[in-house]
Ligand binder design. Structure first.
Ligand code: QAP
Ligand code: CO
Length: 178
């Protein structure tokens, strides 16, 4: 029997104004949050993503999931980050990664970010966790954390490139974070 908690949720697509909101911290840890996380995981795996933030499924809460393992990986259990706080290392280096987003399928663009960082967060039980990371996982965490602050990855590329993407996508994309 397919449980209601494993539904695939409709994705909020760029440039939906809901992707520009600053999300609220999670205060209650319980079944409702667990169901959201389970539905988000299902949605991410079904759409072939490696990261998904709650605002991308219409929930304005500081929650995201990431799973950078290969698509064929057996274990389908994403890393769940709630109320994350990113601490970028002072000499953490820089990394450029070809980024995409489930909220804008079919487009990728290189974005420069910090390489090494520490992230403090809570798990679905509300327990405090800490993770030090670099490389793709670090990029994914920064990309998803941006969603919680209403920032889309295209906001981090030069405006004329955003303009080029807009033409390619045939979508009206306003300049969002000049
Ligand atoms: C964010 O992105 C990210 O265009 C997660 O047609 C991006 O899951 C983290 C996707 C880069 C780290 C590096 C994009 C799926 C998925 C598409 C995604 C598409 C189908 C993007
Ligand atoms: Co995204």
């Amino acid at each position: 029997m397919e449980e209601i908690s494993t539904q695939v949720l409709p994705l909020v697509l760029y440039p939906d104004p809901r992707l520009k909101k600053i999300c609220e911290p999670v205060k209650g840890f319980g079944q409702e949050l667990s169901h959201l996380l389970d539905r988000m995981a299902h949605t991410m795996y079904e759409s072939g993503g490696i990261g998904l933030a709650a605002p991308q499924v219409g929930t304005s809460l500081r929650v995201f999931i990431v799973d950078i393992r290969e698509n064929g990986a057996k274990k389908r259990k994403p890393l769940e980050l709630i109320n994350p706080r990113l601490v970028r290392h002072r000499r953490g280096g820089r990394i450029a990664y070809e980024e995409g987003c489930l909220s804008l399928p079919g487009f990728t663009y290189p974005v420069w970010r910090t390489d090494k960082l520490t992230v403090e967060f809570q798990d679905r039980m509300g327990a405090s966790q800490e993770l030090e990371t670099s490389g793709l996982l670090s990029v994914a965490i920064q990309h998803e954390n941006d969603h919680l602050d209403g920032i889309f990855f295209l906001d981090r590329i030069p405006w004329w490139k955003r303009w080029w993407v807009r033409r390619r996508a045939g979508t009206v994309i306003r300049r969002q974070h000049p």
